[in-house]
Design a binder for this molecule. Structure first.
Ligand code: 9MR
Length: 455
């Protein structure tokens, strides 16, 4: 089942070839679909037998966020909801609400689920990290946790990241609660417990900075090899791929292939590509090429099952909090407009999207929420390879809607025709930048999205 399409309809008016503010201000051209021309990523991926996933935040799975998550992706990973600290904040007291919500959403939309993550050094509850445990107690806690959480979703999750981030950069084992208490064998014990709890789930070890051939990925390779030789259940390796603009490892495909040759699957599990802010059209173009390179590395290896992005919108990305001054790492901007990276992913998957021409400013109308007789909408004006010093957008409502209130723009309505102009403080839209204004309106019967022109 797919969610209603009414909220996701959005139209873009292209001011083509508007290299200057003056030219852009003079032109009022007809609308072209922003992304309707493109097949959703999930359908493109499915046609190739691949996963195209995203990490999600359960509480956000409504409105435009939920629309995109369900329309574009055939797999979901809870970004935080299944971590130990989330599900058992105090010992013996469980909170499955967000995890359950994501699982239910995914099932309603025919999406695979990737459980994340069971045994990690981070985001553990304080009762666990602050406790003093014997080795036997720690081993039992770990196994009980795995049995409980994997068992809860038995048969419903395609995959589990059983062990997360076990290695240091030099390929030695990370000194964690688990390693210090149980030795390196904690990994085999965790995998064995997960297999017992859900024999049908694919079991992965997941780590970062293991995308190319290096000391860390070689340690992971040697571990997987020895686990396979010992008969420990291991089905795949997750290469997180938290990458930096312009730094996709050149050995990525070769690295994926060597794991595949060991007889395990490979997944790109947490892809994002961060840049120094502000973003501009040159950086976004480079980012698109980087996204395509990662997609192509996976697509070239049959045992690479697919790619998951670590959040699909810049408004739901961990990067700005962790790397101050950096961001714009995901395929959609913070207003849910697809970036060049989105189009690059689609193209790598065999799609034929038509990205906005370079040297254009676009206006995108969307309904952000809707109730009985009212709605809230927004229009986003974005420039790439062009800029504006003032703007005016117009549209004609098709079903009697009326604007009741607007903010960040001056709007007038005459009959069905609406005209909105910039406020005194937001007329400038720089190259690579955007401005958004919002409004409330009334509707009855239907609330179709109008064609917007930017002039
Ligand atoms: O996206 C997650 C973010 O919201 C959390 O604050 C953070 C805490 O470490 O974890 C993020 O996800 C991580 C993932 O679980 C494992 N690989 C690295 C990810 C980014 O930190």
């Amino acid at each position: 089942m797919r969610t209603s399409r009414s909220l996701r309809a959005r139209l873009t008016a292209l001011v083509t070839g508007a290299a200057t503010a003056a030219a852009a201000a003079l032109l009022t051209l007809g609308a072209a679909p922003a992304q309707a021309a493109g097949t959703p990523l999930r359908d493109l991926a499915a046609a190739k037998g691949k996963v195209m996933g995203t990490a999600v935040t359960g509480s956000k799975l409504t409105g435009t966020y939920g629309e995109i998550a369900s329309r574009e992706f055939n797999a979901l990973t809870p970004g935080n909801a299944m971590k130990w600290g989330s599900v058992e904040p105090t010992r013996g007291n469980f909170d499955w609400a967000e995890a359950d919500r994501i699982v239910t959403f995914a099932e309603a939309h025919g999406q695979q689920l990737r459980g994340h993550t069971l045994v990690w050094h981070s985001q553990n509850p304080s009762w666990l990290t602050n406790g003093s445990w014997t080795s036997a107690e720690l081993g039992q806690l770990m196994k009980d946790h795995i049995a409980l959480e994997v068992g809860r979703y038995k048969g419903r999750l395609a995959t589990w990241d059983v062990v997360n981030e076990p290695f240091n950069e030099d390929g030695t084992y990370r000194q964690t609660l688990w390693y210090n208490g149980l030795g390196a064998d904690y990994i085999a014990q965790a995998l064995t417990a997960a297999r017992a709890a859900d024999p049908s789930a694919k079991l992965y070890i997941n780590d970062y900075n293991v995308e190319g051939v290096n000391a860390k990925s070689t340690a992971l390779y040697n571990l997987v090899k020895s686990l396979k030789e010992r008969g420990v259940p291991i089905d795949g390796v997750g290469l997180q791929a938290h990458l930096i603009l312009g730094q996709v490892p050149s050995t990525m495909q070769q690295n994926i292939q060597r794991f595949a040759d060991l007889g395990v699957d490979v997944a790109i599990t947490e892809l994002d590509i961060r840049m120094q802010l502000p973003a501009d059209s040159a950086k976004l173009t480079r980012q698109a090429a980087d996204y395509k390179a990662v997609m192509n590395a996976c697509l070239a290896v049959s045992r690479c099952v697919g790619v998951t992005v670590w959040g699909f919108t810049d408004s739901d990305s961990w990067i700005p909090d962790t790397f101050p001054g950096q961001g714009a790492a995901t395929p959609y901007d913070e207003n849910y407009a697809p970036k060049p990276a989105y189009h690059a992913i689609a193209e790598a998957l065999g799609g034929t999207t038509t990205p906005p021409p370079t040297g254009a400013c676009t206006a995108t109308y969307s309904v952000t929420s809707q109730w009985n007789t009212g709605f809230t909408g927004q229009v986003r004006i974005a420039c790439s390879g062009a800029a504006l010093s003032s703007w005016k957008v117009g549209w004609t409502f098709g079903a009697g809607q009326r604007i009741t209130q607007a903010w960040n723009a001056g709007c007038t309505q005459s009959g069905a025709a609406v005209t909105c102009s910039n406020a005194s403080y937001n007329g400038t839209v720089p190259d690579g930048g955007s401005v958004t204004f919002g409004f409330n309106g009334s509707w009855s019967g239907s609330n179709p999205v109008p064609t917007v022109s930017l002039g």
